[in-house]
Design a protein around this ligand. Structure first.
Ligand code: ZN
Ligand code: ZN
Length: 276
């Protein structure tokens, strides 16, 4: 079955003028950290990656919240188009159009978090926000992800503030943090979100296994793609790298930025899940 953006959730479509326009949040990434040792979100996290790509999961729901001063960009970008279509196109591509994808595309449909102050955030801080505000649980047929735009920078696992990191996926939890002060433009914001979502679903070789014939696209870090044109390239994690990528490689709101090698990994995993 083929799913296009037109199959986005009806509630979403109802809320926007263009059915093909979808919005999302952005995230860039850092790495999946081991999930859940503490601070598991109140609403349950995304299903295990092997289930995520199974047929039984027919919906992917992405909840988006934002802190004061960190609202994502929305609407039409001049000389480009509906900015959230970019995230929509890439999430659909991750699932080969086989699942419906839903998320709010207007800031007015996202939850503003009045109790999340401007400050730096560690992964645990992000999980704490999710624990307090995540509303959508994963169910038998729906995988949920939680994105929060915060007004501050990321604090890495050593406790150092990383002003160059634009988003992170807290591995295994389905929680994504986007660091608004590190985001220079709406397209970089979308790219950051696509990159972090890629990590959240298990790219590269972090849940979605890489076939023997495809190992060449896994970079030295073991979690990014060697293809500089792929949104899962390591450089995309940084503000400077994302800026360069966005200025040269994002040409349309429907552009699929995740490269074929990474998408092939997902298809291979999917093919092992056909009976589930
Ligand atoms: Zn990354
Ligand atoms: Zn790739």
């Amino acid at each position: 079955m083929s799913t296009r953006s037109a199959r986005n959730t009806s509630w979403l479509k109802a809320s926007i003028r263009l059915a093909s326009m979808a919005l999302f949040l952005l995230s860039c990434s850092s790495e999946p950290t081991p999930a859940g040792s503490s601070g598991a979100p109140a609403a349950s996290g995304k299903p295990d990656v092997t289930k995520l790509f199974a047929r039984s999961i027919t919906n992917v729901a992405i909840e988006i919240d934002y802190a004061d001063g960190a609202a994502p960009a929305e609407g039409e970008l001049k000389n480009f188009g509906p900015v959230w279509s970019l995230f929509n196109a890439n999430v659909l591509a991750v699932f080969d159009g086989k699942k419906t994808v839903s998320f709010p595309t207007k800031v007015s449909a996202m939850e503003k978090l009045g109790d999340v102050p401007a400050k730096s955030f560690s992964n645990q801080d992000l999980l704490d926000v999710a624990a307090a505000h995540r509303n959508e649980a994963s169910t038998a047929d729906t995988a949920s992800f939680y994105v929060v735009f915060v007004n501050g920078y990321w604090i890495d696992d050593s406790g150092a503030e990383q002003q160059d990191i634009i988003s992170v996926s807290v591995g295994g939890t389905g929680v994504i943090g986007v660091f608004k002060p590190a985001i220079e433009s709406p397209l970089i914001e979308q790219l950051a979100l696509i990159h972090a979502f890629g990590h959240a679903v298990g790219f590269v070789d972090n849940g979605v296994p890489v076939g023997e014939a495809n190992k060449g696209h896994v970079d030295e870090s073991g979690k990014h793609c060697t293809n500089e044109k792929c949104a899962m390239h390591a450089a995309v994690e940084t503000a400077a790298g994302a800026k360069k990528y966005a200025s040269t490689l994002i040409r349309s709101p429907e552009a699929v930025l995740i490269g074929q090698d990474c998408l092939s990994d997902a298809r291979l995993l999917e093919s092992t899940q056909l009976s589930q």
